[in-house]
Ligand binder design. Structure first.
Ligand SMILES: Nc1nc2c(c(=O)[nH]1)N[C@H]1C(S)=C(S)[C@@H](COP(=O)(O)O)O[C@H]1N2
Ligand SMILES: [Mo]
Length: 413
């Protein structure tokens, strides 16, 4: 059967945009060569911030094996480190979307090129490209779904995104090793003349409606726009209103002292007014079965400490600094005659992912680590964790447990 040449995508002359060229692909490739490793590294840092070494429930990928070789104890200072790395990860990721799409578009003819493989080496190289494209799309799609709060994953987001990242890294290393010199050659090409050995350029281009530089500028403008309408979710404060595309940006999160973003309100988590009411008690358990039961009044009678700290969520948004006050976690340990040690925190919440977490010794020992009772000079609202919540500097939001019911010194019993 005779296929009309122009309708056959395996033929180079099917692809006719005059924008495609080695220069165009190389410029986008260079941007991704800087940007994607930054996303990978900040992703690993975000993962370390969970202190998975403390075991379940902190460890979200218990079967990671040697892929956890890089883990290290997550520090409590600077208090804004997690805020910074996670903002770079999420907002940087959103900003790179137009570049990734343009880069894939610029090399799409390669996907259809025949024969599928000229040699074993060529077959391996094409296979690694499929892994690279597949894992890149996978990481971007799962990341965007998670930060937009569409939890539609078959299994844990953390696992999928974590393993996907390692597949991506392996494929990226192969890709850079095989294409780096081509990219450098491409960057030296003149943007608007097509080099004779440029096999990304169309052999039969349509007349240009935009220059290649113009096309790069268009992609850059798309990236800047995405950055501009999402960065406000990370800064918090008045800029938050400019974060039109962020689920925790935009509108007003509520009035007065408790007027900053809420993740998972009390009713959504099944917290009832009865259990947070006057009969609420904090259970504090130490070694050898020692135990204390403290009412909110008892806790307010202990020395109160203030700390200006943000909540920084894995989804890339932050509340900005708030003024929390409450009892130091270290002071609670000392009530049981113990030095600061690891602590297992449990919420009133009965189901759902983040109702419990381990804190590391350095977190419990930090003088700014609190069982917070008030924020900005007033009692916590129910949605912000009344009667008491955890606030630890440089701790990912998911471990700033709300509606605390039980603190156990040491690991999960
Ligand atoms: N018990 C409990 N605590 C929780 C959560 C939760 O779902 N349940 N969400 C966590 C997450 S993901 C974040 S980002 C912070 C948000 O705190 P905020 O709602 O006061 O801003 O609370 C954390 N504490
Ligand atoms: Mo979060």
């Amino acid at each position: 059967m005779d296929v009309k040449p122009r309708l056959n995508p395996t033929r180079p002359d099917f692809w006719r945009s005059p924008v495609r060229s080695r220069w165009f692909t190389s410029v986008l490739g260079l941007a991704l060569l800087v940007g994607l490793p930054l996303l990978f590294v900040t992703g690993l840092l975000s993962y370390a911030a969970y202190n998975p070494g403390l075991g379940v429930p902190n460890d979200r990928t218990p079967d990671k094996g040697i892929l956890g070789f890089w883990l290290f104890p997550w520090p409590t200072r600077p208090y804004w480190l997690y805020w910074l790395t996670q903002s770079i990860h999420v907002i940087g990721g959103l900003t790179l979307i137009p570049v990734v799409l343009a880069k894939l578009w610029s090399v799409i003819s390669r996907l259809f090129a025949l024969p599928p493989a000229r040699s074993v080496l060529h077959a391996l190289e094409r296979g690694s490209l499929l892994l690279l494209v597949g894992s890149t799309l996978f990481e971007f799609v799962t990341g965007v779904l998670d930060t937009q709060l569409w939890y539609v994953f078959p299994g844990s987001f953390y696992r999928l995104h974590f393993y996907g990242a390692w597949v991506f890294l392996a494929a990226l290393v192969v890709h850079v090793a095989t294409r780096f010199t081509t990219m450098r050659r491409g960057l030296r090409d003149k943007p608007d003349t097509t080099h004779p050995d440029d096999d990304l350029a169309s052999p039969d281009p349509t007349p240009a409606t935009i220059t290649r530089r113009g096309a790069v500028a268009l992609v850059g403008a798309g990236s800047l726009t995405l950055f501009a309408v999402t960065v406000g979710q990370a800064t918090g404060g008045p800029l938050r209103r400019t974060a039109l595309l962020a689920p925790r940006g935009g509108g007003d999160p509520g009035p007065a002292q408790n007027g900053f973003q809420v993740n998972k309100p009390a009713t959504l988590r099944g917290i009832t007014p009865t259990e947070t009411g006057e009969h609420w008690r904090l259970r504090l358990t130490g070694p050898y079965g020692r135990e204390l039961s403290l009412s909110r009044t008892d806790l307010l009678a202990l020395p109160q400490t203030r700390a200006h700290l943000p909540i920084a969520c894995v989804e890339g948004w932050s509340t900005g600094n708030q003024e929390w006050s409450g009892v130091q976690l270290a002071a609670l340990a000392r009530l049981l005659d113990e030095d600061p040690t690891e602590m297992y925190v449990e919420s009133l919440q009965r189901t759902g992912a983040f109702r419990a977490a381990h804190l590391r010794t350095n977190q419990v020992a930090d003088p700014r680590s609190l069982l917070a009772l008030t924020v900005n000079g007033t009692a916590l609202s129910r949605d912000h964790g009344y009667p008491a919540r955890i606030i630890v500097p440089n701790n990912p939001g998911v471990h700033q447990t709300k509606w605390v019911r039980h603190l156990t010194l040491g690991r999960r019993p």
